[in-house]
Design a protein around this ligand. Structure first.
Ligand SMILES: [Ca+2]
Length: 551
């Protein structure tokens, strides 16, 4: 009966459509928007109903395949959750994946040639000029009005997480896409931190390192105490990697001195945006790092070490401490590997965020500031596209998109979600993530928000990882700048000044730490940076921050 009524309604709608415009092929040459059958405003205000369209439509969506996917599939068509979403919404997505490794190039080419699909999923701040320029250039559209009338689930999510909404808007109050977020819930944010060998700490009778003195004591004890017991002085007190030459792992020790790691600018407690290189604390940090390096407390190979080499140092019982991710990708992986090797003493324990002399512990929020599905000017169905993605913010659509259909990857008992053996002990030997991504996108970023159960499972693997949230979540101040957005003129200046200073900064820091340059030569670097334009950059940051406050 219900189906019959629906068919009648559909028939009537088609009749009206033909009467109104003489057929679906209008003068513009574009297919008529399905919403023209009904008034999209009255239809969309508040209520959410499925399917989104009565007659199936197909939308093309450009999105990188993802490094976790590439080993098990060549298209998101294989993801079961999307099939369920298609059935519910009546909207089919034709996935357009760029070649792995060629994502940025293809995105730029596509935009330059204006060869646009219906949807582009990208981190919009990483595109030159940012999302505001993409709207001004008529690549994507401002969907603020459509969202207000047609996205009740997203509006609800923003109401519950008010700090996230501004990230999806430009300074001109334009909404540039249907967003992706990591939840900002407590116990969910602190994916990275320092870890030390808990078993060595005990063996050496050392204190848990929590500030510059206790770190020095621990590292020295590891160097001298032969905690791996092989009779050789082969321990590396602090082991680290140097991803893309960023010195990121060493930079994390800037927290000891109250400097936001690896940032040119950060917000001091009084709200002022300050320049990191101009802080007197910067020289203290450099002097300490140079001392530690000279005394053999920091891995002599740290500038050339990659993740594989670091893993090997950890797993062969030479690394005494490191900067680590909490999940199954790093800390969980080490613990599991050693457990499989039958090593019962190995324990890498998260230690607190270092405390500065002023008693500060610098925490951070993890945001993906600009990841969103932008609706292009070529898309004939902007309202339907917004309604489609709004479904991802409903409980049902959220589960479909994140973990697929109940019964395969997970079961639900009341509100409680449990992952099945298909994920946790896959019969084909697939890892948790590799199994799960055939059902849903929880390990990846795409419109919606990451399922909290996914992350909780990820860190529940080992007690060490499970404790990381509480330990690394205990901070006193967050100095990070996030969500700033530059005008296209500013963007060009920021990119050019920042690139030049960054290269020089990394070179000078590397030389000072490894003893090839005296720490007080940092002053001449500051002068050079001023010559390149660090002060102009500072003003641009302050102006962008002012605009963000009004967003
Ligand atoms: Ca040894």
């Amino acid at each position: 009966m219900k189906k019959q009524l629906k068919l009648i309604a559909l028939f009537m709608a088609v009749l009206m459509l033909f009467a109104a415009c003489g057929g679906p092929d209008t003068e513009s040459g574009k297919p008529e928007s399905a919403s023209s059958k009904e008034d999209p405003v009255s239809e969309g205000s508040g209520d959410f109903s499925l399917p989104v369209v009565d007659e199936k439509i197909t939308l093309s969506c450009w999105v990188p395949l993802g490094f976790k996917q590439q080993t098990v599939m060549n298209s998101w068509d294989a993801i079961e959750g999307f099939q369920a979403i298609e059935e519910k919404t009546n909207i089919r997505i034709e996935w357009l994946h760029p070649p792995v490794g060629g994502e940025t190039e293809q995105l730029n080419t596509m935009i330059a040639a204006r060869n646009l699909p219906d949807i582009i999923h990208a981190a919009w701040d990483t595109i030159s000029g940012g999302p505001g320029k993409m709207i001004a250039d008529e690549i994507i559209i401002d969907i603020d009005g459509i969202v207000k009338e047609n996205a009740p689930n997203l509006l609800q999510y923003w109401e519950e997480n008010p700090e996230l909404r501004p990230l999806t808007y430009t300074d001109e109050q334009e909404c540039y896409g249907m967003p992706y977020y990591w939840p900002q819930a407590p116990g969910y944010l602190y994916h990275f931190g320092f870890v030390v060998r808990g078993d060595w700490l005990e063996k050496l009778g050392a204190k848990t390192p929590t500030d510059v003195d206790t770190w020095y004591q621990y590292l020295t004890a590891v160097r001298d105490g032969d905690p791996n017991g092989n009779g050789e002085k082969d321990e590396i007190p602090f082991a680290g990697k140097n991803p893309n030459g960023t010195l990121d792992d060493i930079m994390q020790f800037q927290r000891l001195y109250g400097i936001q790691p690896n940032a040119f600018f950060y917000r001091e407690k009084n709200g002022e945006i300050v320049s990191a290189i101009h802080q007197p604390a910067m020289k203290e940090w450099l002097a300490t790092m140079a001392k530690w390096y000279a005394e053999g407390l920091i891995d002599p190979e740290i500038l050339s070490t990659d993740r594989t080499a670091l893993d090997s140092k950890v797993l062969t019982d030479t690394a005494g401490s490191l900067w680590s991710g909490a999940g199954t990708g790093q800390l969980g992986l080490y613990m599991k590997q050693k457990e499989n090797d039958g090593d019962e003493t190995f324990s890498l324990d998260p230690v607190p965020i270092p405390t500065t002399a002023d008693g500060e512990r610098l925490g951070w929020l993890k945001t993906m500031a600009s990841d969103a599905s932008g609706i292009t000017t070529a898309n004939p169905y902007p309202v339907e596209t917004v309604r489609y993605f709004d479904y991802y913010f409903s409980r049902e659509g959220h589960l479909f998109s994140q973990v697929g259909v109940e019964g395969k990857a997970y079961t639900l008992d009341g509100g409680k979600l449990d992952f099945t053996e298909y994920c946790t002990a896959n019969p084909d030997g697939l890892s948790f993530d590799s199994a799960l991504i055939q059902c849903g996108l929880a390990p990846m970023s795409f419109t919606g928000y990451q399922l909290a159960d996914y992350w909780k499972y990820n860190i529940s693997f080992t007690p060490q990882a499970a404790s990381s949230d509480e330990i690394w979540g205990d901070y006193t101040v967050n100095k990070e700048l996030s969500g700033l957005r530059f005008t296209s003129e500013e963007s060009n200046r920021v990119a050019s000044i920042q690139n030049d200073i960054k290269a020089l900064y990394q070179e000078v820091v590397s030389k000072i730490i490894t003893g090839q340059m005296e720490a007080d030569q940092f002053d001449s670097f500051i002068q050079q940076a001023e010559g390149i334009g660090i002060n102009e950059l500072h003003e641009i940051y302050k102006a962008a921050d002012e605009r963000m406050k009004n967003r």
